[in-house]
Design a protein around this ligand. Structure first.
Ligand SMILES: Nc1ncnc2c1ncn2[C@@H]1O[C@H](COP(=O)(O)OP(=O)(O)OP(=O)(O)O)[C@@H](O)[C@H]1O
Ligand SMILES: [Mg+2]
Length: 266
């Protein structure tokens, strides 16, 4: 097929799909963020019924953008879209290679980014099943991840970094319980845990941004885990004294939490 013919087919396909996801054209950054492949991906997710309307920007970053959207029932969603062009493939690879879940990743830029998004979805699924407070994953395709919106009345919950906690001890305890569940039950290390990737929803933690997360037997898991713990300890020392070793051993002492999530449901 000639390039022209291919292009006109794609145009026709786009036209057919274009009506299916509302709001995309209205988003200011649309032209910058939504390249053709991403548009198609959004249309596919809309056709499958996951997204109805894109309504606004939550955060634009260097590598990804998070949008506010709604499903057909009007439920709020967060749609995280990775930019293929500006992603740091080298860094990403370090968090993918060695994870037995992704043995045959395509080593193209696109392949790495798509695997990155799939990894975040899989991690969210595992964490959610394990009872960790994370956004409920809804769907993913290519470079787009759809998940539960964390916030209220369209206003996203703030990052821990932006909040002065009124009861930091209680917040920290709940956070550690969640990190322990993530480690012991979901058998995952977040690997990018910090005050930037913890949201505060009605004074309670929600852990986000699980794209870096690795399984516990990943070759760098220990190093990533130690760093996560160090980040938490460092941050909470602004509120009270925290002992690194104590926190570390609390999280990894999995007694009673070994069970697979199904155990607790039946
Ligand atoms: N489910 C959600 N509900 C509400 N706000 C969210 C949600 N997910 C992300 N956000 C907002 O978007 C910001 C960026 O999200 P996130 O941390 O997942 O992406 P990122 O830091 O760009 O990821 P990475 O750098 O690993 O690609 C968050 O700090 C948060 O404010
Ligand atoms: Mg983040």
């Amino acid at each position: 097929m000639s390039v022209d013919k291919k292009l006109s087919r794609l145009e026709a396909e786009l036209d057919k799909l274009r009506r299916r996801v509302r709001g995309v054209e209205d988003l200011k950054v649309a032209s910058e963020v939504f390249d053709r492949a991403t548009l198609l991906t959004l249309y596919e997710l809309a056709n499958k019924g996951y997204i109805d309307v894109m309504q606004g920007v939550i955060k634009t970053g260097k590598e990804s953008n998070v949008f506010f959207a709604r499903d057909r029932e009007g439920n709020p969603l967060a749609v995280k879209i990775h930019r293929v062009a500006t992603s740091d493939f080298k860094a990403m690879s370090r968090y993918i290679e060695g994870d037995p879940r992704f043995p045959k990743m395509r080593r193209t830029r696109r392949g790495i980014v798509y695997t990155w998004v799939r990894k975040e979805f899989k991690n969210l699924e595992r964490a959610h099943l394990a009872g960790v407070r994370v956004p409920r994953p809804v769907a993913f395709r290519n470079n787009v991840l759809v998940m539960e919106f964390v916030g209220r009345d369209g206003v996203p919950a703030p990052m821990l970094k932006q909040v002065e906690l009124s009861n930091p001890e209680e917040f920290f305890r709940e956070l550690l319980r969640n990190v322990r569940l993530l480690y012991c039950r979901a058998k995952l290390v977040h690997a990018d845990l910090s005050e930037y990737n913890i949201l505060v929803e009605e004074e309670r933690p929600v852990i986000i941004d699980l794209s870096s997360g690795v399984v516990r037997d990943h070759p760098h898991a220990q190093e990533f885990f130690d760093r996560d713990v160090a980040n938490l300890v460092r941050y909470f020392r602004r509120y009270f004294s925290v002992d690194y070793k104590e926190v570390h051993s609390y999280i990894v002492s999995c007694g009673g939490d070994h069970g697979v999530p199904e155990d607790s449901q039946g």
